[in-house]
Design a protein around this ligand. Structure first.
Ligand SMILES: [Zn+2]
Length: 150
């Protein structure tokens, strides 16, 4: 399932990418452009704007301003579940699938400590950003595990 977040849902877009969902994020553009993009790419439109939600199908109107509640609504309403095999499979910045890279190849690109303590690294083929499961990952994992979709 492909998703599209409007400009008010940047944090939600980042988290959906962390969960591995193909999520476009429209930073700017009027409603017409947002709808055209969603239609052109076959995406479910996620928005907090009632009028925008009413003007496009399929869309999901989100009431909450809190990213946890937004995420839980998306999972529940679209019948999605957290697939741990897909978590961290996507670049949070540009939505591309990341690729595993040899540790040696990223030696000069990550902090020395991360290089010492980790064996697995991934790179985004689009923006070049390197990912690893750093110290923030424990908190992220706990947050993801605590999501209530039911
Ligand atoms: Zn990227």
């Amino acid at each position: 399932m492909k998703l599209l977040c409007d400009q008010m849902l940047g944090s939600l877009a980042t988290w959906l990418r962390i969960l591995g969902y193909d999520t476009a994020y429209v930073k700017e553009g009027d409603d017409g452009e947002i709808v055209a993009r969603a239609r052109g790419e076959g995406r479910v439109l996620l928005t907090r704007d009632k009028e925008l939600a009413a003007s496009y199908e399929p869309s999901l109107l989100l009431e909450s301003t809190h990213v946890r509640e937004q995420l839980e609504s998306v999972l529940r309403e679209l019948h999605l579940s957290v697939d741990w095999d897909r978590v961290l499979s996507r670049c949070t910045v540009c939505n591309r699938s990341v690729e595993a890279v040899d540790k040696e190849a990223v030696r000069d690109e990550v902090p020395p400590r991360a290089y010492q303590e980790h064996e697995q690294f991934w790179r985004c083929p689009s923006c070049g950003r390197v990912y690893w499961t750093g110290t923030h990952w424990d908190n992220m994992r706990r947050f993801i595990a605590s999501l209530r979709a039911g």
